[in-house]
Structures are given as structure tokens and as C-alpha cells.
Design a protein around this ligand. Structure first.
Ligand code: DCT
Ligand code: MG
Length: 393
């Protein structure tokens, strides 16, 4: 993998090493020599993946196929497409021939076939036909609504619905409170949040939090922390230097300025004080959270395009984190989803450790490893530190 001794962060070097590897591949079968020359890790947490994606033409196609596997709950194929996508995103150069896939991890038959199609025709017929597929289109549309998961999307599809207008006009469909809000503001929410809007939301949240607890901190996480220009929501972690003081904050959200809060739902923490930390590793975390829709006034956004409406509905997630678990929560909520998935997989398979958004448990030593910073967590795992903007795996 791209270790510092091998020239991490020096794209030319990696490309040069891959070229040499491919040349050696043709001439000799000195496996060890080739491996020491050029090895990319199978784990995303051992690769640096910035937003400068040189293989977008392939990864866009593969991501659509991965998404469809998720829709069909085909976990195995999802993983195959998602892992290949992630490796291609990490390469500092574009793939221009099938031979260039040699030496790369996670390039299984299915993604290879798609890459080959694109190299030959500039597009993949498999992806093109999927994009016209009724079920894919409906599932994509329905799951884009806040509050609608796969189960609901599938039910609506099987009832014959294909558009949001049809769903909204249906007489006998019952919607949850969340789905009603999701449908009401779907246009704004599906148009994505930009950086300036995320920043403006951050100021509102910070003002509110500081009014509740003056020394609490608010940290922007999720895609925006990784440097993304747009996101589907804005994610914030809230913590306080004195343990426990953060607990009451969310129940004061109704005191946000009049008209600002279009929707909110507080999910109570499921941590049991005397049982935490847990030795079981869990995909969902146990923090107290608030899923909200805020009415963001355009006047608060720098360089906003004041075209037809003077406000926009924005999806915001607030997560309340006790200070001792803050580093783990920050690492978990910074994503990307694939980066997190591989961090956990690496911890489990390579280090016999369970990592979640709360803690790291060493199964060999039978101890919980505490950490104040993300750097300490990477160190516990024997990993080189990967900056947030290099976690766009
Ligand atoms: N996450 C988590 N536990 C959850 C939900 C999310 O650990 N229950 C992690 C995964 C990524 C990160 O938090 C933020 O989630 P998203 O907002 O879904 O992802 P994103 O990378 O911010 O993407 P987007 O830019 O589209 O919001
Ligand atoms: Mg997000």
C-alpha cells in the first residue's frame, strides 16, 4: 500500500511504480519483487482517496450497479462493486487499458466486465439499461425521500406507483410524520446542500447550542468535513468538556427561532450507562440524535442565488456525544461509508479488534482502547493517519 517510504502522496511515483510493475509482469514471474514494487491495499483505510477522482467514468457506472445491488439487498455483489469503485477512486491516474487493472486489488469479474465495456464503447450497456429499468428508477426516486427506506419504496413500487405525484395523490396510503415532511420538502432536499448553506446552518446550530451550554462544541462532520462541495444533509457532532452537560441540549430545539424548525425527531440514546462500552460491535450507534429539517433563510447564506424563493429546506443531523467517545464518534461520522466499513473490516480481520462509533475493543488483550483524537485511533490500529479529505473512498 502507499506507505510513506513508498512515496505516499506522490501520485507520479505511484503511477511510475505501477508502470514498472506491469513491465515486470510481462517479462518475469518474480512475484515478491513485483509485490514490493507496487502494492495497493485491499482496505480503503490504507489508501488515500481525495475528491480528485481520475476514474470517474468507471466509478460513476460501478456506483450505479452497487446501488442497485443495495436496492435488491444483494450484499455480496454490492461489496464487489463498492470495493472495485473505491480502489479506482484512490488511483492518482486514469485507467486506459485492461492491462492496467493488473496488480490492483478487488478487481473481480463483474466490475472488470463493466470497465472493459466502457474502455471499448465509452459507456456500459448494462448500466444504460439499468438506468431505464422501472424498478431501479422508482426505488431510487422513493428512497431519496427523507423517511422512506427500501421496504416502503418496494411496497409503493409493488402497488404500481412510479412517480411522487402518484404517491402523493394516493388516497389510501398512510405516511409517517417523517415521510410527510420528506414529501413536503422533497424538491429542496433533493437539490443538495452546498458549502455556503452548510456553513450558515452551522452558525445557527452553534448559536443555539452555546445558548444552552456556553462551552459545548459543535463540529461539522460527514461529507463536508471530507471537503465535499455538496451533500444530501449537514451532520454535526455536539459535545461538552464536562461530561453530562450535553444531555439536555436536544430537548431545547423547540426554542430555536420561530419558524426555523420545519421538522424534528429526537432519537433517544440507547447507551446503558453501566454497560458502556460494549464488546459487541454494532453498525448503528447508540448516541442521542436529532434528525431535522431547517428553514434556511437565503439572507444568511453568502452568495446565495436569490432566484425564486427566499428560503430553502435543509436536512440536518445533530449527534450528542459524551466527551470520552468523541474521537470515535468523529471518526465514524466523518465517513465515507465505504471508508468506515473498511476500517471496521480491517480492525476485525487484521487486528482482532472491534471498532464502532463509541470505542475500540482489543479482543486479544481483552481491553478497551481509549482515544482523545482520531490520530490515536489510527495509531491503536497500526495504521498511518489518513486525513478527512483523504477518506473519500
Ligand atoms: N454514519 C454512521 N452512523 C449512522 C449514520 C451515518 O456512522 N447511523 C456515518 C457514515 C457517514 C457519515 O456518518 C455521514 O453520513 P451521511 O450524511 O449519510 O454521509 P455523507 O458522507 O455525509 O454523505 P452526504 O454528503 O450525501 O450527506
Ligand atoms: Mg452527510
Amino acid at each position: 500500500w502507499f506507505t510513506d517510504s513508498m512515496g505516499a502522496g506522490k501520485p507520479v511515483d505511484i503511477q511510475e511504480r505501477h508502470r514498472l510493475f506491469l513491465r515486470l509482469q510481462q517479462r518475469s514471474n518474480k512475484t515478491m519483487e513485483k509485490i514490493s514494487l507496487f502494492t495497493i491495499s485491499q482496505y480503503a483505510c490504507q489508501r488515500r482517496t481525495t475528491l480528485n477522482n481520475k476514474n470517474k467514468i468507471f466509478t460513476d457506472a460501478l456506483e450505479i450497479l452497487a446501488e442497485n445491488c443495495e436496492f435488491n439487498e444483494n450484499e455480496r455483489s454490492y461489496v464487489v462493486f463498492a470495493r472495485a469503485t473505491s480502489v479506482l477512486k484512490s488511483l492518482p491516474y486514469a485507467i486506459s487499458s485492461m492491462t492496467m487493472l493488473e496488480g490492483l486489488p478487488n478487481m473481480e469479474v463483474q466490475p472488470r466486465a463493466i470497465i472493459e465495456e466502457i474502455l471499448e464503447d465509452g459507456k456500459s450497456s448494462t448500466v444504460e439499461s439499468l438506468l431505464c429499468d422501472e424498478r431501479y428508477k422508482a426505488t431510487k426516486l422513493f428512497t431519496s425521500i427523507f423517511g422512506v427506506g427500501l421496504k416502503t419504496a418496494d411496497r409503493w413500487y409493488r402497488l404500481g406507483f412510479r412517480t411522487l405525484e402518484e404517491v402523493q395523490a394516493a388516497k389510501d396510503l398512510k405516511f409517517t410524520k417523517m415521510q410527510k415532511a420528506g414529501l413536503m420538502y422533497c424538491e429542496d432536499i433533493s437539490s443538495f446542500v452546498n458549502k455556503a448553506e452548510a456553513h450558515a446552518v452551522g452558525q445557527i446550530i452553534e448559536k443555539f447550542v452555546h445558548k444552552c451550554v456556553p462551552n459545548a462544541t459543535v463540529t461539522l462532520t460527514g461529507g463536508f468535513r471530507r471537503g465535499k462541495e455538496i451533500g444530501h444533509d449537514v451532520d454535526f457532532l455536539i459535545t461538552c468538556p464536562e461530561e453530562g452537560k450535553e444531555e439536555g441540549i436536544l430537548h431545547k430545539v423547540h426554542s430555536l427561532p420561530q419558524g426555523l424548525l420545519l421538522y424534528y425527531d429526537i432519537i433517544e440514546s440507547t447507551m446503558e450507562k453501566n454497560k458502556i462500552p460494549s464488546k459487541q460491535y454494532d453498525v448503528m450507534d447508540k448516541f442521542q440524535k436529532c434528525f431535522m429539517i431547517l428553514k434556511l433563510n437565503n439572507t444568511l447564506v453568502q452568495n446565495s442565488d436569490l432566484n425564486f424563493k427566499d428560503w430553502k429546506a435543509i436536512r440536518v443531523d445533530l449527534v450528542i456525544v459524551p466527551i470520552q467517545q468523541y474521537a470515535y464518534a468523529l471518526l465514524g461520522w466523518s465517513g465515507s461509508r465505504h471508508f468506515e466499513r473498511d476500517l471496521r473490516r480491517f480492525s476485525y480481520h487484521e487486528k482482532r479488534m472491534n471498532l464502532d462509533n463509541h470505542v475500540l475493543y482489543d479482543k486479544t488483550k481483552k481491553v478497551f482502547l481509549t482515544a482523545k483524537t482520531e490520530e490515536e485511533i489510527f495509531a491503536h490500529l497500526g495504521l498511518e493517519y489518513i486525513e478527512p479529505w483523504e477518506r473519500n473512498a
